[in-house]
Write a protein that binds this ligand. Structure first.
Ligand code: HEC
Ligand code: HEC
Ligand code: HEC
Ligand code: HEC
Ligand code: HEC
Ligand code: HEC
Ligand code: HEC
Ligand code: HEC
Ligand code: HEC
Length: 337
């Protein structure tokens, strides 16, 4: 079983390596809503960390490819992003150090900040990360996203911060704000062409059903419909370009429930880390005991997704009462004899 899972995992990683991103063409197919100045809008571009005192050696982050076309088709109006009403580069006003025109809001803040005060008299600006975080409130995203904590690792940063085929001269000119639009468009197109989205482990890589019965003294846990769950969760998000880009490890979706350890390394039983003792271990206070771990995870997701059945209070959708507890069950037993 253990080896089987390991092999599946390796196979899936191998597949991920050769599967190219086919997302762009199909996801762009639906007609764009009528926009006034579409012809002015660029398709894909590279945003450089433009600064007043460029220090080429000291630049930590790579530039970012931004697919303007994908966004323009998904976001209602130009002013959601171009908050001053002028469709000019953000780096006119938001530079690495910040400048007067942008009231010293730095490029870093303008692109990532989550704390933005709503404006009454003008457009409320949005950063890349604040708008993406808002997308996670959709029920199809919120179920998982209410139970996973973002790790914000380097892999996460590199979904945006990576450009293919960048030369030293490109970086120097880009940071000085002098790289031609043609070259920026070429770099962006090459990056999108080379970009690969990882293939997630599939529902069939996990069990069909699992009996969860580690602590079945009072109630019986029902069979957990494992494959139905994974199918349903993956089915709902398969056309979302944001999800596809950021779920960037073959194990990302499995790790929603199987957290803190790679699936392949050992038994994925929750009870291998969550103790059955009545109270959480004082040494690991953030780690709930086993019953709470199940309940928090199952119900946290159901609540976030507005799953109609089972409701948190309808214990018997998930549990049958154990022998001795249930009259129906006792009658059934008698019938079997
Ligand atoms: C949703 C896309 C996105 C993600 C994810 C993202 N960034 Fe950025 N970041 C940008 C954009 C766009 C810029 C502006 C262009 C540039 O500077 O490369 C930027 C600029 C920056 C800058 C200022 C420019 C500089 O080089 O000093 C820093 C620092 C930075 N990012 C760090 C990070 C770190 C660290 C992470 C991961 C924790 C991260 N970013 C994740 C989009 C993103
Ligand atoms: C999701 C956010 C978003 C939306 C929506 C959006 N843009 Fe942009 N746009 C950007 C970003 C980010 C840049 C790159 C700025 C930079 O290079 O610093 C940009 C750049 C541009 C540029 C090039 C500016 C330059 O001088 O390099 C034009 C023109 C433009 N947008 C027009 C539009 C129009 C017209 C619309 C509405 C149809 C629109 N944009 C909708 C985010 C957006
Ligand atoms: C013409 C100058 C100008 C341009 C162009 C511009 N901004 Fe701004 N931006 C500002 C100013 C000024 C503020 C400060 C707002 C205030 O407090 O009045 C600001 C604030 C912000 C904030 C809020 C930061 C915070 O901490 O509250 C974000 C986010 C932001 N801008 C993102 C962008 C993005 C993304 C673009 C490009 C699509 C952009 N801006 C283009 C001038 C500009
Ligand atoms: C106003 C909201 C909004 C802002 C601001 C925004 N995004 Fe997005 N982003 C979206 C949406 C919506 C999607 C696509 C989801 C879908 O497929 O329906 C998306 C998709 C993406 C994707 C995956 C598809 C692709 O283009 O590869 C990336 C990467 C991305 N955004 C980067 C950025 C960067 C970089 C910025 C800032 C310069 C940014 N986004 C600003 C809403 C936003
Ligand atoms: C099956 C569970 C699941 C579903 C459904 C899901 N995600 Fe995720 N998502 C994850 C996990 C797990 C991570 C990785 C968290 C980490 O390690 O930072 C993640 C990470 C992300 C990230 C980067 C980290 C962050 O918090 O910004 C984005 C963006 C994202 N997902 C977008 C979406 C969008 C958009 C949807 C809905 C269309 C969605 N996801 C639906 C499980 C899910
Ligand atoms: C979404 C499904 C779900 C719902 C709804 C649910 N539970 Fe559970 N519960 C579980 C799972 C899974 C376990 C772990 C079962 C095991 O290992 O035997 C569990 C374990 C338990 C246990 C510990 C096992 C035992 O017999 O001592 C008790 C007690 C329990 N649940 C009571 C309840 C009560 C009372 C309700 C209604 C308020 C409820 N549960 C609703 C899924 C659920
Ligand atoms: C919605 C939450 C959830 C998701 C998503 C999920 N699993 Fe599970 N999985 C569980 C639970 C709960 C168990 C039972 C754990 C226990 O017995 O303590 C389990 C058990 C397993 C087992 C052990 C089966 C057995 O018979 O003991 C394997 C293998 C497994 N999962 C693989 C996967 C793979 C591969 C994925 C991704 C394709 C995945 N899981 C996604 C919740 C999930
Ligand atoms: C490899 C060890 C390990 C396994 C296996 C494991 N957990 Fe956890 N879990 C932890 C740790 C450690 C924490 C403490 C918070 C943290 O660091 O993420 C935790 C925290 C939690 C929390 C509290 C909320 C949170 O995310 O912090 C819930 C709920 C939970 N686990 C449910 C489960 C369920 C259900 C399973 C089985 C599908 C499971 N865990 C399997 C180690 C594990
Ligand atoms: C990450 C999200 C998520 C988690 C975690 C989760 N569920 Fe669900 N659950 C769903 C969704 C979505 C549905 C609706 C399924 C459908 O559309 O077929 C559902 C439906 C169900 C149903 C009704 C359908 C059926 O299979 O009979 C039961 C029972 C159930 N879940 C039990 C559980 C138990 C027990 C756990 C914890 C061990 C759990 N769920 C954890 C998302 C989740």
């Amino acid at each position: 079983m253990r080896n089987g899972t390991t092999l599946l995992l390796l196979a899936a990683i191998a597949v991920a390596g050769v599967a190219y991103l086919t997302l762009w063409e199909p996801s762009l197919a639906p007609a764009a809503p009528a926009l006034t100045s579409v012809s002015d809008a660029p398709s894909a571009m590279v945003i450089f960390p433009v600064g007043e005192k460029p220090n080429y050696e000291g630049v930590g982050m790579k530039p970012v490819v931004f697919n303007h076309l994908v966004h323009k088709n998904r976001v209602e109006n130009c002013e959601s992003c171009h908050h001053t009403g002028e469709t000019v580069a953000c780096t006119t006003c938001h530079t690495v150090e910040g400048n007067v025109k942008g009231k010293f809001v730095t490029l870093n803040q303008a692109m990532h900040t989550l704390r933005i005060l709503p404006q009454a008299d003008r457009n409320t600006p949005q950063s890349c990360v604040s708008c993406h975080t808002k997308q996670l409130q959709k029920p199809k995203c919120a179920g998982c996203h209410s139970i996973v904590k973002p790790t914000r690792s380097e892999i996460y940063c590199n979904v945006c911060h990576s450009v293919t085929g960048l030369t030293k001269a490109d970086i120097v000119d880009g940071i000085a704000g002098k790289l031609s639009d043609e070259r920026k468009a070429e770099l962006a197109a090459n990056t999108l062409k080379a970009r690969k989205n990882p293939v997630q482990l599939q529902p069939t890589d996990g069990p069909y059903k699992v009996m969860i019965d580690d602590i079945a003294d009072k109630y019986k846990a029902n069979m957990f419909a494992h494959r139905r769950h994974v199918n349903s969760l993956m089915g709902r998000i398969k056309d979302n370009a944001l999800a596809s880009a950021f779920h960037n490890q073959p194990t990302t979706l499995c790790s929603t429930c199987h957290h803190n350890r790679l699936l392949a390394s050992a038994s994925p039983k929750c009870g291998s880390c969550h103790s059955q003792r009545a109270n959480p271990d004082p040494a690991t206070p953030a780690r709930p005991q086993l019953k709470a771990a199940y309940h928090l995870q199952c119900m946290g997701c159901h609540k976030g997704m507005n799953v109609a059945r089972p409701l948190n209070i309808s214990c018997v959708t998930c549990h049958k009462e154990s022998e001795g507890q249930s009259v129906a069950r006792a009658a059934e037993k008698l019938g079997e004899k």
